[in-house]
Structures are given as C-alpha cells and as structure tokens.
Design a protein around this ligand. Structure first.
Ligand code: COA
Length: 376
C-alpha cells in the first residue's frame, strides 16, 4: 500500500453497536435511541447502562447499577493522599489521569478482562472519577471535602461535592443532560486511544488513562474551555465584531464552531441552548450565555454559506458557568461523562479483540553504509 490515511480520516477502525452520527442531518443516536429523546426522558445513569448493555435497564437493573455507583462514591485514602500531593502542582486533567492509574493499581481485579468484571470496573471508574475531581477542587480552593450523598443522583451529587451546595431541580437536570450529551460520540481520538491500549490486553484503567491523556489536547476535549476564554475576551456585545474580525484576520478559528462530522448545527448544541435559556432565566450570572447567543447570531451572518455551526462546546461553556463550575474543570467534566462511552467501547473491544497494529510508509534513507563512531 502506497497511500497514507492521514489522521485516519474516512477509515472505519472498528464496528460498533453504540453510536451512529449523521452529520448532514444532525443526528446523534446511542444504541438506537435519538439523543433528543434521551435528553428529554432519560438520566445519566440510565444512559450509562444503555451504553454498557446496549439496551435500557428495567427497574431492578437500574436499582442494581445505582447501588453499585453509590457504593463506589467514596474517596479512597490513597487517592486522598495523592491529591494532597498533586493539587498544588498538577492541572486537573493530568490529576485525573494519574488517579485512574492509581485506582487500577489498588484494584485486585484490574487484570480480569471478562465482561462482568469490566462492567463493574466501568461503574467504579464512573463513580470515582467524579469524586476525584470534586475532591481535587475542594483541596485546591482550601475547602473541606464534601462527602457524597446517597440521596442524590450521579450528576447532582457531583455538583454537591464540588460546590457544597445542593443544586436546585433545574440545575441538577441541566447538568445531568449535559452529562448525557457528552457520554458517547462514536469513534474519536480519545476513544481510539483507549481501544489501542486495550487491544494489547492492557487493563481498562490504563486504557482510560490513555483516553484521558488524549482528551486533554486542545484539538479534542479542550475546546469547551477555549470557548469560555473567547467569550471572556470578547466581554461585551460591542466587542463581538472587532474581536471576531481580528481573530479571523489572523487566520484563527472561533472556538465552539465547526465540526469534522456535523455539517449542520450539532444536535447537542440545540439541546444545551434550550436548557441554557431556562437556567439563565433564574441565574444572576447569565452574562456569558447572553453574549454567546449574540456571538452565535453574529457568526451565522458572518459565516453564511459555510458549513460552520455551533458544536457541543459552544453553549456548554456558558451553561457550566451559570452552574458555578470553574472553567478549567470543563474538560475534566467531559471525561466524567465520556467515561461511560469509553468503557462501553472497551467492553466491545475486549469481547472481540484484535491487536491494533497498523503500518507506516517508510520514506527514510536506504542502503547506508554503517561507519564506526570514530569515523563519523
Ligand atoms: N472558525 C472559523 N473558520 C473555521 C472554523 C472555525 N471554528 N472551523 C472551520 N473553519 C473554516 C476553515 O478555516 C476552512 O476554511 P477555508 O475552506 O476557507 O480554508 C473551512 O472552514 C473548513 O475547515 P476544515 O479545517 O477543513 O474543517 P474540519 O472539518 O477539519 O474542522 C474542526 C473541524 C472542529 C477542527 C474545526 O471546525 C475547528 O477548529 N473548530 C474550532 C474548535 C472546536 O470547536 N472544536 C470542538 C469540536 S467538537
């Protein structure tokens, strides 16, 4: 083969039953269920079950998963010690990556790659990663750890542990929907890196640490924080046009706009905008959301005719801000949700594994004569 598939664009690296995207129509489907339906009717826990089992749970199965998630919410002493060393010097995404490896090191079942154990590990990581990020944030802000609450769902409990304040029903639902929207997105850089690691039969913890390291990059999970910085830099409605003109004049991109797959508005952005309006109506902190709406309208006029529309990151930034979440936790929160999709893909991979081992086209020198060191 003499061609190089740069960035593996257009290559199917695996088959999956988890997710289908139609970028022309703006459709996102998890195991047969439309994202609009899931965002309206489901919960994050139910979506996690769906991804791990490719069907919705019945009541007993939901109770069993919820019980498992609750049992894993605690902060392990070794992770607590680790965080106390890391918080001052390590940024949140790397902290999460390290913590996941440590959780693997203390799990005696980490090398059991059978489906029932892997499902337990997936639930364990889902619960524990949320606790890690909340505890990290409390430590770095000099606040006491807030113990998890058994009477709150996964998303509401995370906001509780992070802020020490119980979210109201709308805040809890909004964050839960944001978690549903980020849970899965077919093949992408971080999912692929998880699969590559798993394909060597390395364990689920190391595969997830690989995925977190990959998500960290600004071309992938970092865009939501970048949107926040853009809106922060714009600051006022009057500054939208000069800021965007200057940005595009320098050949830069507006963050939160455009997508490799979606050539219409990302359905997740439609759902987040709708929720954003509801949250803004009761929020004293709606300035960035209002500015995002004006920016979206300005860009629609400016980029008319180009297939550039808001993606999931465009509104998640200002919605998270209204929920009181600091901007450097936006990408970690992406990971707290995507852990369900990553682990679901890993369940598929371990169940039908083949080592990922592509080729590279050699373009280097040929037929060289080896000279000893003292002759070079
Ligand atoms: N702002 C301004 N122009 C953009 C743009 C953006 N965010 N995204 C793409 N374009 C322009 C490109 O400059 C290019 O213009 P040209 O044809 O005149 O050269 C055209 O649209 C196509 O760009 P291309 O890089 O081929 O599109 P892509 O499908 O490879 O890019 C992204 C996808 C996501 C990488 C890109 O849209 C982007 O960088 N967006 C901002 C980052 C972001 O929000 N990422 C999160 C994705 S969920």
């Amino acid at each position: 083969m003499t061609e190089v598939a740069r960035g593996l664009e257009g290559i199917n690296v695996t088959a999956t039953k988890l997710c289908r995207i139609d970028g022309q129509k703006g459709e996102l489907i998890y195991s047969g269920y439309d994202i609009f339906d899931l965002a309206e009717k489901s919960t994050f826990e139910e979506v996690a079950f769906l991804l791990w089992n490719q069907r919705l749970p019945n009541k007993a199965e939901m109770l069993e998963l919820n019980t498992k998630l609750l049992s894993e919410r605690g902060l392990d002493p070794i992770v607590e010690r680790l965080l106390s060393e890391l918080w001052a010097v390590v940024r949140p995404m790397r902290t999460l990556e390290i913590a996941v490896e440590v959780l693997g090191a203390i799990d005696k079942d980490s090398s059991d790659l059978t489906t029932p154990t892997l499902r337990k590990t997936a639930a364990r990581l889902t619960a524990k990663m949320a606790t890690v990020i909340a505890a990290y944030h409390r430590m770095r802000t000099g606040q006491e750890f807030v113990a998890p609450r058994d009477d709150l769902g996964h998303s509401a409990n995370f906001l509780w542990m992070l802020t020490g304040k119980e979210p109201n029903a709308l805040e809890a639902r909004t964050f839960d929907v944001a978690m549903i929207l980020h849970a899965e997105h077919e093949m992408n850089a971080s999912t692929f890196s998880a699969i590559v690691t798993a394909s060597t039969l390395s364990d689920m913890y190391s595969a997830i640490a690989s995925a977190i390291g990959t998500l960290k990059g600004p071309l992938h999970g970092g865009a939501n924080e970048a949107v926040y910085k853009t809106v922060e830099a714009i600051g006022t409605e009057q500054n939208i046009a000069p800021h965007v003109e200057a940005l595009l004049g320098r050949g830069e991109r507006v963050m939160g706009i455009g997508h490799r797959v979606y050539k219409t508005t990302d359905p997740r952005a439609i759902i987040l905008e709708k929720l954003g309006h509801a949250v803004a109506d009761q929020s004293p902190d709606r300035k960035y959301f209002d500015l995002s709406l004006k920016l979206r309208d300005y860009l629609a006029r400016k980029l008319e005719g180009k297939p550039l529309y808001p993606n999931v990151d465009f509104f998640s930034a200002s919605v998270y801000k209204m929920l009181g979440i600091p901007s450097d936790l936006y990408t970690p929160i992406f990971a707290l949700s995507r852990i369900t999709g990553w682990t679901a893909h890993l369940l598929e991979q371990y169940a039908d594994n083949r080592l990922v081992r592509p080729n590279a086209l050699y373009e280097g020198a040929a037929n060289r004569e080896y000279l000893p060191l003292d002759k070079r």
